[in-house]
Design a protein around this ligand. Structure first.
Ligand code: ADP
Ligand code: MG
Length: 388
């Protein structure tokens, strides 16, 4: 059920963004070692940008002259790509800008998208080092595919875009609490999960969703990337950006596609939405790619460009042992088949979450966002990702 994709001769003029603080703080060393070697051997010219602070990459991408770049590639965890995606969608020329091919080389502790892309390419579960090599090959090969993005509206009216996950409850707490274990790399999520299991709690709120009424394969945007008759290469992509105005206005959330599936935030959900009867949860996790972490295949049926949000929630009342079993089964992606009565899985297009408590944690792509009610909808194939 692949989509795409046009072959690229070779990526050129890559903007390579490195977060020196990600993971164990090794991203720059990875660049100076294996990454530079691979890019050199494959003849991929690139310019290195080392981020100096959070949101630096977001600002660079928001202001960049995209006619100078054929691809934007990050060496970091998912958080840096989250900055890049949102930077592109905060531009006045977002519609063209978001077509810039994006690439990811795992250099962080949370490398879920890199793991997902490796998984889609048919690769087995691998160590972090092998994952980097696999993603390096994928980057040098340079195939471009469409990738879904989910638009998330927060209570304050702010909107942001997500390529991976939206989490509340147990998973969001682990995302944030495990940041202090970043020095252990990808194992931070295992440590965080065990710590959280010891203080397992219930999260109260209302969850509603718009079911996906089909297998996700009828989206209007389905199909190969239009190439205008020519070969789809990074260079072609780039030249289509040439004439664009890259000026920025002050209200970033003005930009991006309209969210036609979402009702007004202060009104009820439409009649074709489902409201979950339970109000006591242990976790809610919405995924649009397969891996939640390097070794957690949380949405085993997810693919890059399905136009589907894989919504999972675990109802309160689950025992610690059963929850641990679910996370262990997630390594192979078999948790949905365990028959756990507390776990519910739905394929949806949009969702609304209304937490009852005034305080708590919600994460988007592993990054903590403003806590409170939110709505989200998937936009099929909005972004372009370099994949295997
Ligand atoms: P990890 O997988 O280790 O979490 P991420 O790529 O997610 O790595 O980055 C972690 C956080 O660091 C993100 O919130 C990102 O926005 C932020 N960040 C990016 N560059 C820097 C920097 N130079 N210094 C500090 N934080 C940064
Ligand atoms: Mg992160």
């Amino acid at each position: 059920d692949g989509v795409l994709l046009s072959e690229v001769r070779r990526p050129c003029r890559v903007m390579l963004l490195v977060n020196p603080q990600s993971g164990k703080g090794q991203a720059l060393a990875l660049y100076n070692g294996p990454v530079q070697r691979m890019l050199h051997e494959a003849g991929v010219p690139h310019t290195l940008f080392i981020t100096e602070r959070k949101n630096h990459a977001r600002e660079l991408v928001r202001e960049a002259d995209l006619s100078q770049w054929d691809a934007l590639v990050i060496i970091s965890g998912d958080g840096l790509l989250y900055e890049v995606v949102n930077g592109l969608l905060e531009r006045e020329d977002w519609e063209q800008a978001i077509h810039t091919p994006l690439g990811i080389l795992p250099g962080g502790s949370g490398n879920a998208l890199a793991a997902s892309i490796h998984h889609y390419s048919g690769g087995p579960l691998v160590s972090s080092e092998e994952l980097l090599v696999s993603c390096g090959f994928i980057l040098c090969k340079g195939l471009v595919s469409r990738m879904d993005l989910t638009s998330v509206h927060l209570g304050s009216g702010q909107r942001l875009f997500s390529f991976l996950s939206l989490a509340w409850g147990f998973v969001a707490d682990v995302d944030v609490e495990s940041e202090k274990y970043r020095h252990v790399g990808a194992a931070r999520f295992t440590v965080g999960t065990l710590v959280r299991l010891a203080s397992l709690r219930v999260y109260r709120g209302r969850l509603s969703y718009l079911p996906a009424d089909d297998d996700g394969d009828t989206g209007a945007e389905r199909g190969a990337i239009p190439t205008g008759g020519g070969e789809h290469t990074f260079r072609n992509t780039c030249s289509s950006n040439n004439a664009l105005n890259t000026k920025r206005r002050e209200t970033p959330s003005l930009y991006g596609p309209a969210d036609s599936l979402l009702p007004p935030a202060d009104g009820p959900v439409p009649g074709d939405w489902a409201v979950v009867p339970e109000e006591d949860f242990v976790l809610m996790l919405a995924m649009y790619q397969s891996c939640l972490a390097e070794d957690l295949r949380a949405a085993p049926d997810a693919a890059l460009d399905q136009g589907v949000i894989h919504l999972m929630y675990v109802k309160a009342g689950i025992s610690r042992a059963s929850l641990l079993k679910l996370f262990l089964a997630m390594e192979k992606g078999t948790h949905l088949a365990t028959g756990c009565p507390h776990l519910v899985y739905r394929r949806v297009r949009a969702l609304r979450l209304e937490p009852y408590a005034a305080k708590g944690l919600i994460t988007v792509d592993g990054e903590a966002v403003e806590y409170g009610p939110l709505q989200a909808q998937v936009h099929r194939g909005l972004a372009r990702m370099i994949t295997g």
